[in-house]
Design a binder for this molecule. Structure first.
Ligand code: MG
Length: 386
């Protein structure tokens, strides 16, 4: 029985993880869960999985939850400290890190420090603090299994191969909701339209990031740290069908890819069951019915966010943390109809030039830069100076 902690259990990845656990009750035991503030859903998950520990970030919500569950069976924790404690829960073999955004960084580090293997869905941990996370994982003897579909594909395409024989990594991208719109048409797109992803069913933030291709930019940074590949050797291609989840080209010219229907439960199941593969009952890919698979180069003028991510890697230091924080603020404002879709990369770019890049990377410089970037991005939005 593998004992699993799920951080972000009420989000899209968290719910999918619990679905996989439900399919294999003899194999996975959900021992701890943590979420932001959804009392109702967490209570339901506690009834269903009987975890020993459950944490809610929101203190008030945690108080309410305590009155609803048997606290002798499930210990209820609260606040940032409570979520970190759940992340480090001693009974777990594997921690699924699926809290959305920069809030996922400290719980991920807490789990690594507790020497727990990580199924990493929170890409911000690697975007903000890639060096720190990978060094700490190596030091603690912790394995990191990517849950992001592209990185899971690369992980699977690298298995049994030598990293030094990789020529390049090819990340595929759907192109997001506006893949068929011209640059000019992007000026007038709405929030509702941006949330209509052609292939994947995901959270709101990542769906908007997918439309700007900031998501792919963050994934380039993620791949750079996870696999130790130089940014110039990480290429992005638009593959509208989201069937080829990513590819690895070796020095001899061979390209190895991983394919499947776009369903997050596939990479989640891989990360949960590694090194085994489990017979997940999901619709299967039938290439004879799938139709053409197409690949195009992305237009960096249409998707400036992608270029900004490469810039952030080149700048190094805390620049990726600033990029990520500015994007979080910009997307929040877009979702509240405060700015236009095309303003998102402009605000991120302006923030990156105005926030001082700290080349000394440690948890304090990363968090203070992210904080500063959030304030700066809000200021830029308020002034309309982008
Ligand atoms: Mg992805």
């Amino acid at each position: 029985m593998k004992k699993i902690t799920v951080l972000g259990s009420t989000g899209s990845i968290g719910k999918n993880t619990l679905q996989i656990a439900l399919m294999f009750p003899d194999r996975f035991d959900i021992c701890a869960i943590a979420a932001h503030k959804s009392v109702k859903l967490l209570k339901k998950q506690i009834d269903m999985f009987a975890p020993r520990v459950a944490a809610l970030f929101d203190e008030e919500a945690a108080c309410e939850l305590k009155t609803l569950v048997d606290t002798k069976k499930t210990k209820i924790l609260s606040g940032a400290a409570g979520v970190n404690e759940a992340a480090a829960y001693g009974g777990a073999d594997l921690v699924v890190s699926a809290i959305v955004g920069s809030a996922g960084l400290l719980p991920t580090l807490s789990a690594i420090e507790a020497k727990k293997d990580i199924a990493l869905a929170n890409k911000e941990s690697l975007v903000m603090a890639g060096e720190l996370v990978m060094n700490l994982a190596a030091y603690s003897g912790v394995k990191i299994f990517p849950v992001d579909s592209e990185h899971s594909a690369i992980y699977q395409s690298i298995m049994g191969h030598n990293i030094s024989e990789i020529n390049k990594i090819i990340l595929t991208a759907s192109g997001g909701a506006f893949v068929d719109r011209s640059i000019g048409e992007l000026e007038a797109v709405t929030v509702e339209e941006a949330l209509r992803h052609p292939n994947w069913n995901m959270g709101r933030k990542v769906t908007v990031d997918s439309a700007t291709m900031m998501n792919k930019g963050l994934e380039v940074i993620e791949a750079h740290h996870l696999f130790g590949i130089k940014p110039e050797d990480i290429k992005v291609v638009i593959h509208r069908q989201s069937i080829v989840h990513s590819m690895v080209e070796y020095v001899d010219g061979s390209v190895i890819a991983q394919l499947g229907l776009p369903d997050m439960r596939t990479p989640i199941a891989f990360a949960l069951s590694y090194p085994e593969r489990i017979p997940v009952k999901l619709p299967r890919l039938d290439l004879t019915k799938q139709g053409a698979l197409t690949f195009e180069a992305p237009d960096l003028k249409k998707y400036p966010a992608l270029g900004l991510a490469y810039d952030a890697i080149a700048m190094g230091g805390t620049a990726p943390a600033a990029l990520n924080a500015a994007d979080e603020v910009a997307v929040e404002h877009f979702l509240r109809n405060k700015i236009k879709f095309c303003d998102i990369p402009k605000i991120v770019k302006k923030t990156m030039t105005e926030v001082k890049n700290n080349v000394k990377i440690n948890i304090n410089t990363i968090i203070s830069t992210a904080k500063e970037a959030r304030v700066k991005a809000k200021e830029i939005i308020d002034k309309g100076s982008y």
